[in-house]
Design a protein around this ligand. Structure first.
Ligand code: AMP
Length: 116
């Protein structure tokens, strides 16, 4: 855990979040500022900054695959049958504002392309 990381604090239940899924390795909770009717963040409990840090870790393939499975579970549980989007903003130009790896599950409306 990184002490000043907001997502580490949510994973440790030190600050509240609207949790929709949790297991030993990941936690998923509703985004505080939803950009779509369904907007859930999937966060590995272990602190890592971004996808580059994930692929540099020992259990990267297992964790990456697990996150994909959790994304499908969340989409099914949220009943976004007509389609959804999985996004990992990476770095400043990628629009990442929280430096703890997370994947946005967005759905419940028609997504635009290119994203704004
Ligand atoms: P990103 O800009 O891709 O790094 O995404 C960070 C996301 O975290 C944004 O969509 C924020 O609205 C969301 N966020 C920040 N703090 C919290 C929080 N305490 N609980 C839930 N979502 C949060």
């Amino acid at each position: 855990m990184t002490t000043d990381c907001i997502f580490c604090k949510i994973a440790a239940k030190e600050i509240p979040a609207n949790i929709v899924y949790e297991d030993d390795t990941v936690i998923a909770f509703r985004d505080l500022t939803p950009q779509a009717p369904v907007h859930v963040l999937i966060v590995p409990k272990k602190h890592m900054e971004n996808i580059a840090a994930l692929v540099a870790s020992d259990d990267d393939e297992k964790l990456a695959g697990h996150i994909m499975k959790v994304a499908v579970k969340v989409a099914e549980a949220e009943n976004i049958k007509n389609g959804w989007r999985l996004v990992a903003n990476t770095g400043e130009d990628g629009g990442q504002t929280v430096p703890h790896l997370h994947f946005h599950v967005l759905g419940g409306r028609k997504m635009l392309w290119p994203p704004g």
